[in-house]
Design a protein around this ligand. Structure first.
Ligand code: FAD
Ligand code: DHB
Length: 394
């Protein structure tokens, strides 16, 4: 058995685990990160694409903004499209100059992995059989196998950053957590296409044939999504069917034209809202998808993971520097205030923009009226904009 000792043992090298390790290192706190996938896998996994203003500012603050500034795309608004018309929401105007950055999650992951390796700090890939032990004591442990060797990490705290299907949340004894959950009767078919985006900003479109979202990864690569049924067979969606649906669902009066091109990748994302509370038990703290899931409409998942981590990093820093545990004790309550607001926003955007299976003409008119209101009332538009660019951290 190889035994290692650290202050914070971090399970999972997604955005949450890697960002936490980075923030802790800057505060002079040691950590070890373990990840069950390979470096290549996590650096190529296509997921979220939008960073809130606060996350963009944080990337700059921690010295990781250079590549993001070079290849990321700053957006100052989005378009909402319905009833064959497009309406721009000007975030800069509505939020006092804030915006978002289109910069893929796996690019953030690459930057954080590189920073960790450059610092010579421990990050172990392809670990197996991770388990956490004695989480309600002051000496919690993580065990796993790495390169055929049984390993153990002795630590002061365990950060469960291992995503929705990880081992940390299930290690909390039965009866402690309360789960709040909602499943949606649809999923997103995601497409990565080798074609220049057809618009400069993101387009969220509602139509009688369902929702569609036009996003991008670079000036040459489009990222597009279509609302489909939850157990959709991807093989039933050849390129022609995808482009026909995208075109029909985002059609507008006038001369706008959807550019198409070779499809590089297709994927299916199921939609659910999920919150497990509290987000801590003993010395185990859950962060990001390990504790909560949002449906992707509004791009909150990754941003919320970073917000949790920031709260936890500050609390641990206070613990080591001032010997105070108040912030640690308040971690769950502090994080959940933001979590629930992001849950509400994601649920609302999802409900407003998708067709529900049993929808009648009244339901259809509710979508249209709400979209009309959001795009014609400055108060309503501001409410959307301030959530989209990210609510204040504290
Ligand atoms: P994760 O990114 O899931 O990271 C957890 C890490 O822990 C993973 O690397 C995993 O391999 C590792 N791990 C798991 N179990 C163990 C273990 N036992 N031992 C060691 N390591 C372990 N959000 C959006 O806003 N927009 C989107 O378009 C979008 N698309 C998504 C598509 C998919 C398929 C998924 C799953 C999520 C998507 N999300 C999207 C959500 C967003 O990507 C997540 O909210 C974000 O990844 C959360 O980061 P995290 O670090 O908490 O979790
Ligand atoms: C992307 C994903 C989202 O969920 C969203 O609301 C906006 C953009 C994206 O992958 O680019």
């Amino acid at each position: 058995m190889m035994t290692m000792r650290t202050q914070v043992g971090i399970v999972g090298a997604g955005p949450a685990g890697l960002m936490l390790a980075h923030l802790l290192r800057r505060a002079g706190i040691d950590s070890i990160v373990i990840e069950n996938r390979s470096r290549r896998y996590i650096e190529e996994r296509i997921r979220a694409g939008v960073l809130e203003q606060g996350v963009v500012d944080l990337m700059h603050e921690i010295g990781l903004g250079a590549r993001m500034d070079r290849v990321g795309l700053v957006h100052r608004g989005i378009e909402l499209r319905f009833d064959r018309r497009g309406h721009r929401l000007d975030f800069a105007d509505l939020t006092g100059g804030k915006g978002i950055m289109v910069y893929a999650q796996h690019e953030v992951v690459k930057d954080l992995v590189q920073a960790r390796l450059d610092a010579g700090a421990p990050l172990l890939f392809e670990v197996e059989d991770t388990a956490v032990h004695e989480i309600d004591s002051t000496r919690p442990r993580i065990t796993f196998r790495h390169q055929d060797e049984e390993c153990e990490i002795l630590c002061d705290f365990i950060a469960g950053c291992d995503g929705f299907h990880g081992v940390c949340r299930p290690a909390i004894p039965p009866g402690v957590l309360t789960v709040h959950e909602r499943h949606y009767p649809f999923a997103w078919l995601g497409v990565l296409a080798q074609v220049a985006p057809s618009a400069d900003e993101l387009i969220y479109a509602y139509s009688e044939r369902g929702f569609t979202l036009h996003s991008m990864r670079s000036p040459e690569i489009s990222r597009l999504y279509l609302q489909v049924t939850p157990d959709e067979d991807l093989d039933a969606w050849p390129a022609e069917r995808i482009w026909e649906n995208l075109r029909a669902r985002s059609a507008v009066n006038g001369s706008w034209h959807l550019r198409d091109g070779p499809i590089l990748q297709k994927d299916l994302t199921r939609m659910r809202s999920f919150v497990a509370e509290p987000m801590q038990y003993g010395r185990l703290f859950l962060m990001g998808d390990a504790a909560h899931i949002v449906p992707p409409t509004g791009a909150k998942g990754l941003n919320l993971a970073i917000a949790d981590v920031r709260v936890f990093a500050r609390a641990v820093e206070e613990f080591y520097k001032a010997g105070a545990s108040d912030k640690l004790a308040a971690y769950s309550a502090t994080a959940l205030r933001r979590v629930w607001k992001a849950e509400r926003f994601s649920w609302w955007m999802t409900s407003m923009l998708h067709r529900f299976p049993d929808e009648d003409s009244f339901g259809h008119h509710m979508h249209l009226a709400e979209l009309d209101y959001v795009t014609s009332s400055r108060a309503a538009a501001t409410a959307l904009a301030e959530n989209y660019v990210g609510l204040p951290w504290d």
